[in-house]
Design a protein around this ligand. Structure first.
Ligand SMILES: Cc1ncc(COP(=O)(O)O)c(C=O)c1O
Length: 392
């Protein structure tokens, strides 16, 4: 196994920054970044061959590698630039009737809520944001809470596998199993999942799933995917109408034609997925992730105590991965985030979610106890010298 120090030096992150925000946009290690540059060079050397001939073969190989990694059929996957794009394919295509309901939680990512709000405005469908009791206690209690929002009009469920601002791993398998028994369409937002916690789509059996590769899988930005199970592919419309729509030379899959042929674009980021998977495999990523979770959990209570708040869930692996959100009392989250960066060189999100505010640290393999001590001391100083954080 590569020594941790050597592995850390593979990341391009500025070493002068205490980087505790891996989740927002990931970060690409050198071998994966070099792979991107290799593809881009090949494209610029012979653009016509690359875009119209070889690119399709490369894309197929890349989809096959991703499909193997997340356990699904490679024909049920298409690459998209991000999860918002993937979910917009669904919210632009789904045919429900006015009065039907989509059940979700009040913990979802804001841009996804917007996508569904847009959909509901067009269709008269209702987006039901079921309030979830925090702190979470058990998976069973979560499932019970969630299905309190079920009515006779519910036709679909939408849920994050890992939430964004609250950083909670939700029991989506349990939710999807029950939803399926009730005949509901199951749609899962797994933006933070690939490369973070194991993902097995053939076990999960969600109808629709989106994930980002440019977060925890560490590909370059602009690499995500949409999975749609075979029985639902026929109703998904392309978001961009191009040659793949009613193709003169259809392939074996309308789903691939519709969503892969999107006009001229740079799809080289998609081609780096096999290299990203190889990078994780050769560096025993599951062991690395376990170590990251240990560091995260060892510090969790200490930060809650400092900020005078309670964790959003028990501090163990049930609901926690490599991101930890701490409720914080501040009237100026944007100023606090800016101050932490400018005065202390700490990159960390301070996020609003409804009326709540969360400070969230993320642990990737290059993070150490020293990084968390730097954060702790900075917060202590801010509490002592300013009124930016209130301790209640
Ligand atoms: C839970 C969740 N869903 C979806 C997204 C959407 O990502 P993007 O803005 O790249 O489409 C994010 C981004 O952080 C997220 O955290």
């Amino acid at each position: 196994m590569t020594q941790l120090q050597d592995l850390n030096s593979q990341f391009l992150i500025n070493p002068k920054i205490t980087y505790l925000n891996f989740g927002s946009f990931g970060a690409c290690p050198k071998p994966i970044f070099e792979d991107l540059q290799k593809w881009q060079l090949e494209m610029e050397t012979e653009p016509v061959q690359f875009i119209t001939v070889d690119g399709f073969k490369y894309l197929k190989k890349s989809r096959e590698a991703l499909a193997k990694y997340i356990h699904c059929d490679s024909d049920d996957l298409v690459y998209t630039p991000n999860p918002s794009y993937a979910m917009s394919i669904i919210t632009k295509s789904l045919k429900l009737n006015a009065g039907d309901e989509i059940l979700t939680t009040d913990l979802e990512y804001g841009a996804m809520d917007k996508s569904w709000n847009y959909y509901c405005k067009q269709t008269g469908v209702k987006y039901v944001r079921q309030p979830i009791n925090l702190p979470l206690t058990t998976k069973e209690a979560f499932v019970e809470d969630f299905f309190k929002g079920l009515t006779k009009n519910t036709k679909a469920i939408f849920i994050s596998q890992i939430t964004s601002s609250t950083a909670l791993i939700l029991p989506v398998k349990e939710i999807c199993d029950i939803a399926k028994q009730k005949g509901l369409l199951t749609i899962v937002d797994g933006a933070h999942v690939p490369g973070h916690i194991p993902l097995n789509l053939s076990e999960l059996k969600a109808d629709i799933y989106t994930g980002a590769c440019h977060k925890w899988m560490m590909t370059p930005k602009g690499c995500a995917f949409l999975y749609v199970s075979k029985q639902h592919q026929h109703w998904t419309d392309p978001l961009v109408i191009s040659w793949g729509y009613e193709s003169a030379m259809p392939s074996h899959s309308q789903f691939l034609d519709y969503h892969q042929l999107q006009g001229t674009r740079d799809f080289t980021a998609f081609l780096t997925v096999p290299k990203a998977i190889e990078f994780m495999n050769t560096n025993h990523w599951e062991v690395q992730a376990t170590n990251c979770r240990k560091l995260l959990q060892a510090n969790a209570q200490r930060f809650c105590d400092l900020l005078g708040t309670k964790p959003l869930c028990p501090i163990n692996d049930t609901f926690l991965g490599q991101m930890f959100s701490i409720p914080i009392h501040t009237t100026e989250p944007e100023t606090l985030q800016r101050d932490l960066f400018e005065a202390y060189k700490i990159e960390i999100p301070v996020m609003r979610h409804g009326s709540n505010i969360y400070l969230q640290y993320n642990i990737q393999i290059f993070n150490t106890q020293k990084d968390l001590d730097t954060l702790y001391n900075a917060l202590k100083e801010i509490i002592a010298n300013t009124e930016l954080i209130q301790i209640k």
